[in-house]
Design a protein around this ligand. Structure first.
Ligand code: ADP
Ligand code: MG
Length: 502
């Protein structure tokens, strides 16, 4: 690949201004340096050059943030504010994200590497919709009245009901694949429910969360309700999980780290929701619209350079169309234009970091060593930037590492289906259970297969489509709990039973 110009020169005025000076963290309504004075560099994965220095939070900063969030929860107006006032603030935040959409899209493309077109039309656009959808829930959280029998006091009368109360101070730890969108997925329902928050963006991609923090303050949220502490996982992240003033942890990231966080959170019995890894199947049947299925299967894995927890990373295709579909997918992905996110011609950006690039390189090598064959791609691209060739492996066996483990990069493994009765077993042959897609027009077949797939989301004739109204989460080792929809409010509220003898 040619030498890539410093991507900062391609930013618009607003984004350029944002990265022109070191960024601080948001604690109790103020932008402050780390207590240690330390900073870390956030890197442009298209060039491996430093973008800007960011305050590096650790346990001391998390402690300040947790106390601020606790004060805001116990003494501040936020949980007691009229629900419609919380709704209005969230709507104002959505308007501000919309008003600053281009700046946010550019910052995301620079910090994360994704094509700016996707940042604009996927990440930022969805973030706006998502906040608006969640704003509406502020006024719609309900308990129920329950007719109790109370056998111990059969002659008494009762009025019994439940209320749903905000769970309290929430620690939210998010990954680097959709930095702004993940921040909003986490913040919006917690805020609608009346919780206060400490959010830690991923160390690879802190910028849009910090810009979002500025918009939160501009919208007029009370101080201490939203605190944003950038830093590393083993320091700042671990301190959030351990902090006694934090009532709940919401985490999105790898299954490996999710298990550590879940186990550590139990020491103080925090509520936990975990949205973790996947190795999601895309199943293409011979009766499907094949052009659509080929495009769909290619996008299912290549969207966001494969850095999507629901990526369709295992492709299953009926034997009689196997060559046609896999060669079709290879054609589509070979034609994808690799480049920096801020180049408008780019269709596939770099992966997020040198570490990820090396990790994916290791998987590619393991695939070849185990006997897999690449129909296209197969290499990491040496030189500046974290680029990886989009790759489709065939001749794979179910026990190969590339088939079993989440690669989180632009690599798909394809396997033929010989007997339709084996499909569910093949699809479910994984520790994960986040999502699946089925490409078919045979209604009876689809309706028989869907209940047999162990996955939190099943798409039919589409893949990777999420909506704020649809619950999202994993079976098996893909996680615990559900985000979005009405379901997410189980994660952010406690149920209180009230029983009154009348
Ligand atoms: P990846 O391995 O793909 O980078 P991780 O699961 O490590 O993803 O990271 C997701 C988020 O979890 C990041 O914000 C990271 O800083 C954080 N994190 C990593 N390790 C820990 C940990 N031990 N405790 C708390 N948070 C962590
Ligand atoms: Mg970065």
């Amino acid at each position: 690949m040619d030498v890539i110009a410093d991507q900062k020169t391609k930013l618009g005025e607003a984004a350029a201004a944002f990265v022109s000076s070191p960024r601080k963290m948001l604690i109790d309504g103020d932008w402050v340096e780390a207590a240690s004075g330390k900073t870390f560099a956030t890197i442009d994965p298209a060039t491996n050059r430093e973008i800007v220095q960011v305050a590096e939070g650790d346990a001391a900063d998390v402690d300040k943030a947790a106390r601020a969030a606790r004060r805001a929860f116990e003494e501040g107006e936020w949980p007691r504010m009229r629900p419609c006032a919380r709704e209005r603030l969230l709507l104002r935040l959505a308007d501000l994200i919309e008003a600053n959409a281009e700046e946010l899209a550019e910052l995301e493309a620079l910090d994360q590497g994704k094509p700016v077109m996707f940042a604009r039309h996927a990440d930022v656009a969805m973030a706006i919709d998502f906040v608006r959808y969640m704003a509406g829930w502020a006024t719609k959280i309900e308990g129920s009245t329950i007719d109790v029998s109370m056998p111990m006091v059969p002659d008494a009368e009762f009025h019994a009901y439940t209320t749903r109360e905000p769970v309290g101070v929430v620690g939210q730890i998010i990954p680097w694949n959709f930095p702004l969108l993940m921040a909003v997925w986490k913040l919006a329902p917690a805020l609608a429910a009346g919780c206060t928050v400490i959010l830690k963006p991923a160390e690879q991609t802190p910028l849009t969360a910090l810009r979002l923090g500025e918009l939160v303050m501009e919208a007029g949220f009370p101080k201490g309700v939203v605190n944003i502490v950038p830093g590393y996982g083993h320091t700042a992240g671990a301190a959030i999980v351990d902090h006694p003033e934090v009532d709940k942890i919401a985490f999105t990231g790898s299954t490996e780290v999710g298990k550590i966080i879940g186990a550590n959170a139990m020491k103080t019995m925090k509520r936990v929701s975990l949205e973790l890894g996947g190795k999601s199947p895309a199943i293409v049947m011979a009766d499907a619209d094949l052009d659509m299925a080929v495009q769909g299967a290619a996008q299912a894995i290549m969207f966001n350079t494969g850095q999507v927890c629901t990526a369709g990373s295992r492709l299953f295709v009926e034997r009689k169309i196997f060559d046609k579909v896999t060669e079709g997918v290879a054609e589509v992905i070979k034609a994808m234009q690799l480049g920096p996110g801020l180049d408008p011609a780019t269709q596939l950006g770099p992966v997020v970091s040198k570490e990820q690039q090396a990790r994916i390189g290791g998987y590619l090598q393991a695939g070849f060593e185990a006997g897999a064959k690449a129909l296209c791609g197969g290499k990491v691209i040496e030189g500046e930037g974290c680029f990886v060739e989009p790759t489709i492996f065939v001749d794979v066996k179910p026990d190969m590492q590339v088939v079993r483990e989440e690669i989180f990069g632009p690599v798909v493994v394809a396997q033929p289906i010989d007997d339709v009765n084996d499909i569910a077993a093949m699809a479910n042959d994984t520790i994960y259970g986040l999502a699946a897609s089925v490409w078919s027009n045979d209604l009876r077949f689809v309706h028989r297969l869907v209940p047999r797939l162990k996955a939190g989301t099943v798409w039919v004739n589409c893949h990777n489509l999420v909506d704020p109204a649809l619950p999202f989460g994993g079976y098996k080792q893909s996680g615990i709990g559900r985000e979005m929809g009405a379901a997410v409010f189980h994660e952010y509220t406690e149920t209180k039973s009230v029983c009154m003898m009348v």
